[in-house]
Structures are given as C-alpha cells and as structure tokens.
Design a protein around this ligand. Structure first.
Ligand SMILES: C[S@@+](CC[C@H](N)C(=O)[O-])C[C@H]1O[C@@H](n2cnc3c(N)ncnc32)[C@H](O)[C@@H]1O
Length: 234
C-alpha cells in the first residue's frame, strides 16, 4: 500500500511503529531511505561470509522482515534467522511478507532480551530508535553473544558535525524524497513527527562506541547520501 500518512494536514504526533505505519511500511522505507534495496541485498550476501550450516542469525528491529528475507536467499536453509521486533503491528504484518521457513519471529525489546550465541547480527536502521543511553549496553550485549570471527552490521542515518555538510546532506535527502513522489507537506510533517524519535549519531560516535563494546575492526562498507552501513568484526 502507498504511504500517504502525512499527505493531508494533521496534528503531528511522535512517530511510532503502529498499525497505520506497519501497513504502508514497505513503501515508506523504500521511498525514504536512499539505496535501501541495494543495502539489504548486500547484507544478505555479506551474511553468507560468516555463517555455517548451524548458525543463528539475528535481524534486530526486523519490521516486515525484508533483511531476513534477503539473508535467507544467501545462507544455508539449516540456519536459524531470528527476526526480533517490539511492535506487534509490525510482526503481524511481517508474517504476510516472510518468504522462507527458517525465519522465526520473536516479540521482544532488544534492549532487555537474552541473545543466543550467533554468527551474524543486523541492526538495520534500528539503533537510531533506541534511547542513546542504552545503545552501548545493547552493543556490548550483542558483542558478548557473538561467536569468534562473527560480525554485526549497523545501518543508520548519519549526523554530521560540519554544519555545511549536515545542511547539504539534508537537502539531498529532501530532493530524494521529492523524487519519490512525497509532497512538501508530507516531507515537513514526517520530519516533525520523527525528530524526537529518530536520534542519529555521527560516524565517529558509532565507530568509537563499537570499539568500546569490544569490536576489533569497524568498517563503513555502504553509503548513500546521509544513510550508511557499518560492519563491526569480532
Ligand atoms: C526503521 S525500522 C527497521 C527497518 C528494518 N530493519 C528493515 O530493514 O526493513 C525500526 C524497527 O525497530 C523496531 N524497534 C524499535 N525499538 C525496538 C526495541 N527496543 N526492540 C525491538 N524492536 C525495536 C521498530 O518497531 C521498527 O520495526
């Protein structure tokens, strides 16, 4: 379904992953995140480098399971892909989108769940929705649960310390949304709905925090406008 949640003037409230959003999320994310399909397809391909026949893989903040679906294309069918979200609406909608029987849906808050030993974990556009003071704890917990020679992928909207770069990237992102058919009203209303909910970090903050969590190598492997993805190796 086409995302037209912000198409008419509304009393803007904080963005949440409710039923209204879940219904249109597939369209919303593709028209809001530049490079989204390339990003998630490559996450699937990267996953295949780290797993064996019996591996557990985490898709944390799975939404409609698009990352899990791509991963399932590139890893052995005997792997368990654990797709976790704390939005019932998202998980209900996710059931309709899953394309592989080795994906298990888990309703949980990733900041207080227990992780099983895994070989690959993904936070695709999820960490930015976690309270900043809980991010290091979460990454440390994921690090502890990963087996040796495994990896975590984090994709995020980046913030920039340089004012010119921030404004320039904002402008390019708005142009991208216009090109996807979003109106000025939709762009403005979505922006105010999300500004207190999506708290982005700079690349430097991500890299520093991942090292603090214990990861030995931290590499930015994908970038499209103000969105990027980092792989952290254990
Ligand atoms: C932007 S979406 C992620 C998109 C998805 N990974 C993809 O690639 O299509 C963020 C998701 O994280 C979930 N989320 C936010 N906080 C969470 C938490 N504490 N525990 C579990 N899921 C969470 C939201 O419900 C939402 O579905």
């Amino acid at each position: 379904m086409r995302d037209n949640i912000f198409a008419r003037p509304i009393k803007v409230e904080d963005f949440s992953f409710n039923q209204q959003v879940a219904t249109v999320f597939s369209d919303m994310i593709k028209r809001s995140v530049p490079g989204y399909i390339d990003l998630i397809q490559n996450i699937g391909i990267i996953a295949s480098n780290f797993v064996d026949e019996t591996s557990i893989i985490y898709d944390l903040g799975c939404s409609l399971g698009e990352v899990s679906n791509f991963i399932s294309l590139y890893v052995p069918k005997s792997c368990r892909i654990l797709a976790v979200d704390n939005s019932c609406s998202m998980l209900e909608e996710c059931k309709k989108h899953l394309t592989s029987s080795n994906i298990e849906l888990i309703y949980a808050d990733i900041t207080n769940m227990q992780f099983e030993p895994s070989r690959f974990a993904v936070l695709n556009l999820t960490l930015q929705f976690i309270a900043p003071d809980k991010r290091l704890d979460l990454l440390s917990k994921i690090y502890q649960s990963l087996l040796p020679n495994s990896a975590l992928i984090i994709s995020e909207k980046f913030k920039f310390t340089d004012e010119f770069e921030q404004n320039f990237m904002d402008k390019l992102h708005i142009n991208f949304k216009r090109a996807q058919g979003y109106s000025e009203l939709e762009i403005a209303q979505k922006r105010s709905a999300i500004e207190n909910v999506l708290i982005s970090d700079t690349e430097q903050t991500h890299v520093k925090r991942l090292h603090q969590a214990g990861f030995s190598k931290v590499i930015t492997w994908f970038r499209c406008l103000n969105f990027a993805s980092i792989i952290a190796l254990k």
